[in-house]
Write a protein that binds this ligand. Structure first.
Ligand SMILES: Nc1ncnc2c1ncn2[C@@H]1O[C@H](COP(=O)(O)OP(=O)(O)OP(=O)(O)O)[C@@H](O)[C@H]1O
Ligand SMILES: [Mg+2]
Length: 422
């Protein structure tokens, strides 16, 4: 057998490359353009006929297809801003049901036609998927769907959640017809940090999990995929914190619907229609919101005044309440998206029966004064304390007094910077 030295190998490679270049240059200068194109086109077809591989090209268009190399970690919910993507001309290998598939990223850079050109503005990126012909069935029937679903799931995990508030209809034209304004929703509340009866807490968490997994069930029974909660209890017992915890838990947006700025049913319908899937719709202080005068009802009204107005108010309340819920039932049944609707009130006894009736609101949750269990959660949150000689005394005091978690929290907060450092 003849062995080549490294020097000889390089010389031979160099001369082969030289020959190829020469043939290519002759081909370009002596073969006319159209024949050249023809030969290249059919050359490609011939080669792909012989090749055992199939290549599919995907233009970069939406984030429907999100590629992630196996070596790169998923961005966790805490690193929402970290997005991993493929570099230009990078190749990654994916594995699906034991089959290896190669993805590569490429880009077309068209000839510039405009005078001012921003770098990258005209580039069109695309991805190529290469796999063996024998896996064609697997790729077309299941793999591409799998990529799409994964992409969507990653998109949902990485999206920034939003807190929406309804714009006053007088200003809708200013917001170019947008009925909702939004800011990024970043609230630290979690169920773990919520001070409340642990059994009740677990019940709510389980309820949310069941709801979020029940798409097929709601479809089967022909009902809108939604769930209604009524949170009630004195101020400072954690109703709003609970809503934030729910949204964080399910990764939903929040739509804070201020009913007092909604003038009529048409406006209400417009607002409700715009609410997207995976959201919590919140109507705070429902007893005040449902006053048709558009003003929050004054809780300190004199008794006679209250009685005098009771008749009218009750009538308008029930109109609003049932209309709101009928709208929601009707509008959302078509959409198929998952939505929670949460009402809060400090005065559950004053609510219209149309609202509190079972079936309207799926779950009534009472948020109440802080007990010892709640205190322990707050002590852990605020002071990082799990036990202390004073806990026994506090236990006794908590049983005797009615104090809201907000008040307890307030007292556990350091009063000054020095306090904090002790
Ligand atoms: N159950 C709780 N667990 C933990 N923190 C709580 C709880 N309740 C209240 N807090 C603390 O008190 C603050 C006020 O609570 P929150 O706004 O959730 O009360 P609320 O019931 O919505 O009151 P309101 O009826 O006045 O709207 C919160 O920011 C939170 O720090
Ligand atoms: Mg509140």
């Amino acid at each position: 057998m003849m062995m080549m030295t490294t020097g000889e190998l390089w010389t031979s490679l160099g001369s082969t490359a030289g020959t190829i270049m020469l043939v290519w240059a002759m081909f370009r200068s002596y073969v006319p353009y159209d024949i050249r194109e023809y030969l290249i086109k059919y050359g490609h077809q011939f080669m792909s006929f012989l090749s055992p591989y199939i290549e599919i090209t995907f233009q970069e268009y939406t984030d429907d297809l999100l590629l992630r190399s196996p070596q790169q970690p998923d961005a966790s919910p805490n690193d929402r801003n970290l997005v991993f993507s493929m570099d230009d001309y990078e190749e990654v290998t994916d594995e699906f049901q034991g089959v290896k598939l190669r993805w590569s990223s490429n880009k077309n850079i068209p000839m510039s036609t405009s005078i001012i050109d921003y770098p990258g503005s005209n580039e069109k990126r695309y991805y190529k998927l290469k796999f063996h012909k024998r896996h064609r069935e697997l790729v077309t029937s299941s793999y591409l769907n799998h990529v799409r679903e994964e992409g969507k799931a990653i998109g949902v995990r990485n999206r920034q959640r939003k807190l929406y508030t309804n714009n006053k209809s007088d200003n809708w034209y200013r917001y170019r017809g947008s009925v909702w304004s939004h800011v990024v929703f970043e609230h630290p509340a979690t169920f773990q940090k919520l001070a409340m009866d642990p059994v009740k807490k677990k019940e709510i968490v389980d309820d949310l999990i069941t709801f979020s997994k029940s798409k097929e069930y709601y479809k089967k029974i022909g009902k809108a995929w939604k769930r209604g909660y009524l949170l009630y209890g004195p101020p400072g017992t954690g109703k709003s914190s609970m809503i934030a915890a729910m949204a964080n838990f399910l990764d939903y947006d929040i739509y804070d619907l201020e009913l007092t700025t909604v003038k009529d049913n048409t406006e209400l319908r417009k607002l409700l229609i715009e609410i997207s899937s995976k959201s919590v719709v919140v109507i705070e202080d429902i007893d005040c919101s449902l006053d048709l005068t558009g003003q929050r009802r004054d809780r300190k009204k004199s008794k006679e005044e209250k009685e005098k107005k009771e008749g009218e108010a009750e009538q308008s309340d029930s109109i609003w309440a049932s209309q709101l819920l009928n709208f929601i039932d009707g509008l959302w049944s078509a959409g198929g998206g998952e939505r929670l609707i949460v009402f809060t009130t400090n005065h559950v006894d004053q609510l219209d029966p149309a609202l509190t009736r079972r079936g309207r609101m799926d779950k009534h949750i009472e948020m109440s004064y802080c007990n010892y269990e709640g205190f322990k959660v707050l002590a852990k949150n605020y002071l990082d304390l799990e036990s202390h000689p004073l806990f026994n005394t506090i236990h006794g005091l908590m049983d005797e007094t009615q104090i809201t978690p907000a008040d307890v929290a307030e007292n556990l907060m350091p009063k000054s910077l020095e306090d904090n450092c002790k």
